[in-house]
Write a protein that binds this ligand. Structure first.
Ligand code: MN
Length: 400
């Protein structure tokens, strides 16, 4: 997917292996860090002289992907595989070399990511000439390849996220194709796995290239009103935090960033126009227990008038990707609408990290999540088809 050139335009700075490994090391034991260091040195050697379309040394991409996964707190083998994920695809290194150097698990992960890449390319070549049927079929094949290992999918999602972050260096036609594929396949997949952190950014980046005018308009409006909005939110936040404390509810209240694609979708759903989006003010309440969540809801509705039809209780009825939270909207000071999400700290972690939260790496803790993992993954697969259908509708709307 990424253009690779061997030609050395200018001498590259020596790779900062120490710095990269240090960034991935916190919370890991010495043998794990040592493995990451070996993977880093191997990748630097393998990608020597290669550059991305942006002109950056290619290996920077490998490390960026590893860091995204480190933020999701994946185990060290998945991180090492992320560092090595393009080595078989883009260099002379063979899978047997990876297996010999790093063992079966890491080789399996690298192989899985490489296969997904091949399937995607096949899809890209055939979709144009033979249409939707082939696309659906290659999608299914891709699914089968992915289904074997959820870590493979997480590496692939992180890979796609970094490619989207650096999409500006590619020609426009390629940007649009990759953005569409991201909106069509990868963002729904991140959503299906419940990984909000990856989902929102994939969506915003894809939206930026698919609908550049709408994207810029919303981004500009958000930027213009930023200071006002932040001051307002801070006032309301302090007010609510105080009211909760007085009621004896221990909770953390924070302002909530709004994402451009989410705003756009909401505008369309509610038939609002761009000038009305300055309404977007969000608060999040993190409580210690479910009971405190409902108590906090009482406090919020006691302070401000709530807006009927804007209330959703995803704690009582979780979303299909297991998202849990209470959503409400109230009329705050000066008649401005404030959206409030109320959830426990656990629910919040679950919603940010999704399936990754289930078996994330905890040093020194025996993790017995094999069963959970299988169940969560199976459920994701079963519901995946609906997501893909929704995403295709979205793409159709763009076409029309
Ligand atoms: Mn890659």
């Amino acid at each position: 997917m990424v253009t690779v050139t061997r030609a050395a335009i200018e001498p590259m700075a020596p790779a900062d292996v120490e710095g990269w490994v240090a960034a991935l090391a916190p919370g890991r034991q010495a043998p794990a860090v040592e493995l990451l260091r070996r993977a880093a040195e191997f990748a630097v050697q393998a990608h020597a002289g290669q550059r991305r379309a942006s002109g950056e040394p290619y290996v920077y991409h490998a490390f960026a992907v590893a860091r995204i996964l480190a933020q999701l707190e994946l185990n060290h083998e998945a991180i090492a595989a992320a560092i090595l994920h393009d080595v078989v695809e883009d260099t002379d290194i063979k899978l047997v070399d990876i297996r010999r150097e790093f063992g079966e698990r890491i080789a399996t992960l690298v192989d899985g990511v490489t296969k997904m890449e091949v399937i995607q390319e096949f899809k890209g070549q055939t979709a144009g000439s033979r249409g939707e049927g082939v696309q659906a079929e290659s999608l299914r094949k891709m699914l089968l390849a992915m289904a074997q290992d959820v870590d493979v999918v997480l590496i692939k999602l992180a890979d796609r996220l970094h490619n989207m972050r650096t999409l500006g260096a590619l020609p426009e036609e390629k940007q649009r194709r990759i953005a569409r594929e991201t909106m069509d396949i990868f963002a729904p997949l991140a959503n299906r796995l419940g990984i909000w952190q990856l989902k929102w950014e994939l969506e915003d980046l894809a939206f930026r290239y698919l609908e550049p005018i709408a994207y810029k308009q919303i981004a500009r409006l958000l930027a213009e009103k930023r200071l006002d909005r932040e001051q307002y939110i801070e006032t309301v936040r302090t007010w609510l935090a105080q009211a909760l404390a007085e009621t004896g509810i221990e909770a953390e209240v924070t302002g909530r960033p709004k994402h451009i694609y989410g705003i756009w979708r909401k505008m369309r759903r509610k038939g609002k126009d761009f000038t009305q989006i300055t309404d977007v003010r969000g608060l999040r309440v993190l409580a210690r227990s479910v009971r405190d969540c409902y108590a906090a809801l009482g406090v919020v509705h006691g302070l401000w008038q709530y807006i009927p039809g804007e209330f959703d209780d995803y704690i009582a009825t979780p979303k299909e990707n297991n998202y849990r939270s209470i959503h409400t909207a109230v009329v705050g000071p000066d008649g401005k609408i404030v959206e409030v999400q109320i959830r426990t700290h656990d629910m919040n972690e679950q919603s940010e990290l999704g399936v990754a939260a289930h078996w994330r790496y905890k040093e020194g803790v025996a993790v017995d999540t094999g069963f959970d993992k299988k169940i969560a993954w199976l459920r994701s697969l079963l519901e995946w088809k609906d997501e893909v259908a929704e995403a295709s509708e979205f793409v159709d709307q763009f076409k029309s």
